[in-house]
Design a binder for this molecule. Structure first.
Ligand code: SF4
Length: 257
């Protein structure tokens, strides 16, 4: 239904642009405001029918099959510059999924998300702060291939790759998602708001409670913000312990409902 709505918006916008266009050297002039509006309209990747795992073992096997599919993916140009794809790390039936934006140099070299100094800080948050093991959570990124020179992924790259994330979440079925940093949060929530505005409250990604916090790399540069991340992590721990259960907006179903 949502996809139909987005498609309708795109079609209506295209029709309005067609009607407003004046042929002039084959170009269409748009005001900066209209261009900004169009930039914000992002088509959700189509969500295939849920891939239902009959047993926990099925989920693991299906995730392995998906990882193999991703390793061969050539849907966007990032396939040309990657060393290897970076699919995920951790427990395939975890209650908590951390989602970052895209692999960096170390991740591209090792094929594992969140390694290097930022990855070590995330591990410290999990182990020392949450008293869990890194193997207890599931860690992945929106984008599975490293953008050259660590540039921001384009909208098209995100759109192409996000369908893999959705299928991962269908199979892992977490209770809660933690978006690490502004890029991941903006992609998942389709917003331009800053991390500062997004953190401190519950959001939902396809019906799954989502908390936004600062990226570990940012915390390395701004250690004064660590206490805010700890506040976010404590809210996530309340969901994991069953102390709270954020309710999605009426009518919003999870991927597997
Ligand atoms: S970034 Fe995603 S969509 Fe692009 S080639 Fe890699 S796996 Fe495929």
């Amino acid at each position: 239904m949502k996809d139909d709505l987005y498609s309708q918006i795109i079609e209506d916008t295209a029709e309005l642009v067609r009607r407003a266009a004046h042929p002039r050297k084959g170009t269409i002039s748009l005001s900066p405001e209209t261009a900004a509006l169009l930039e914000r309209i992002r088509v959700r990747p189509s969500v295939d029918p849920p891939v239902v795992a009959e047993t926990p073992g099925d989920g693991v096997a299906l995730l392995q099959a998906l990882a193999a599919e991703v390793s061969e993916c050539t849907k966007c140009d990032l396939c040309h510059s990657r060393t290897q794809t970076v699919f995920a790390d951790g427990n395939p039936s975890a209650d908590l999924v951390f989602v970052g934006e895209a692999p960096g140099y170390n991740e591209d070299q090792q094929g594992i998300p969140f390694v290097g100094r930022a990855g070590q800080l995330l591990t410290d948050i999990i182990v020392k702060g949450m008293k869990m093991r890194r193997e207890d959570v599931y860690i992945c990124n929106v984008i599975k291939c490293r953008p050259p020179e660590n540039r921001d992924p384009t909208l098209e790259e995100k759109r192409q790759c996000e369908s893999y994330l959705i299928r991962q979440l269908e199979l892992v079925r977490p209770k809660v998602i933690c978006a690490l940093g502004g890029h991941a949060a903006k992609t998942l929530l389709q917003t331009d708001e800053s991390t500062g505005h997004l953190r401190g409250k519950w959001h939902f990604y396809h019906g799954i409670p989502l908390r936004v916090t600062y990226h570990p790399a940012y915390l390395l540069r701004s250690p004064g913000e660590k206490s805010k991340t700890w506040d976010d992590i404590q809210e996530i721990m309340k969901v994991l312990s069953g102390e709270i259960a954020p309710e999605p907006p009426a009518g919003e179903k999870t991927l597997w409902d």
